[in-house]
Design a protein around this ligand. Structure first.
Ligand SMILES: Cc1cc2nc3c(=O)[nH]c(=O)nc-3n(C[C@H](O)[C@H](O)[C@H](O)COP(=O)(O)OP(=O)(O)OC[C@H]3O[C@@H](n4cnc5c(N)ncnc54)[C@H](O)[C@@H]3O)c2cc1C
Length: 198
């Protein structure tokens, strides 16, 4: 059973019925950064945190933002991790162009393609994404990059009732302004936050 950084909350990398855990953490290299086709190829054991550090001074970024930055990209692929930016950019699945995977026959296969237009044939890449290590071992991942947004604006909007807050979300989306993130904070959390942050 492949094992990323073991941050998964479901224990999906545990070999409960016996078996061999396969630690991927040393397969952590960046293999290519290709701004011309908006992709980056990494080994599956690299942590999100290290990808973010590599991209920090570049004009392109990797958009999915699961809160656990120590997770590996292979673990993100096999749990199809989501994150706060899902409302605008989708979850990990939407950002994977190509996977290299070792299947049970011991052979290395390539699923998907770096090109955006790769539509015919079975989408085996999508079968691997979210399969929690049950179908094969992901060794290489080509992700899609986005131009880094030039401006980021935060809006803090108070609502008198929870119902009004909830109803405003589809209205905001329908207005054509798609926020990167929409987060709800109740009054109790705001009070705790204010006393913590003074
Ligand atoms: C504090 C915290 C916040 C989190 N926030 C979010 C969040 O916002 N959104 C969200 O969706 N998730 C979140 N998670 C869960 C997170 O997505 C997973 O922890 C992460 O994706 C797992 O990555 P990992 O490298 O730790 O993999 P592991 O936990 O080691 O493994 C997870 C699964 O992936 C498989 N796997 C790992 N590597 C490979 C590989 N190379 N090839 C094939 N299969 C592999 C394993 O077999 C297992 O089934 C959070 C977790 C924590 C602890």
């Amino acid at each position: 059973m492949p094992r990323g950084n073991s941050t998964g909350l479901m224990g999906a990398n545990l070999t409960v019925d016996g078996g061999i855990p396969l630690d991927m953490i040393k397969m952590n290299k960046i293999l290519s950064y290709e701004p011309n086709n908006l992709t980056m190829t990494v080994q599956a054991g690299i942590r999100l945190k290290d990808m973010e550090e590599f991209l920090a001074d570049k004009p392109f970024t990797y958009m999915p933002a699961p809160a656990m930055h120590w997770a590996t990209v292979g673990g993100n692929v096999d749990t199809n991790a989501g994150g706060l930016k899902a409302i605008k950019y989708g979850v990990t699945r939407e950002h994977i162009r190509e996977l290299k995977v070792v299947l049970a026959d011991g052979k290395l296969y390539k699923f998907g393609a770096k090109a955006v237009k790769s539509s015919s044939g079975y989408s085996l890449k999508d079968l691997i994404i979210g399969s929690e290590g049950t179908l094969g071992v992901v060794t290489e991942v080509t992700v899609r990059l986005y131009p880094r947004p030039k401006e980021i604006i935060n809006a803090l909007i108070p609502y008198p009732t929870l119902t009004q807050a909830i109803k405003s979300v589809p209205a905001i989306l329908a207005s054509g302004v798609v926020p990167t993130t929409v987060e709800f904070m109740g009054l109790k959390v705001i009070d705790l936050w204010e006393s913590y942050a003074n």
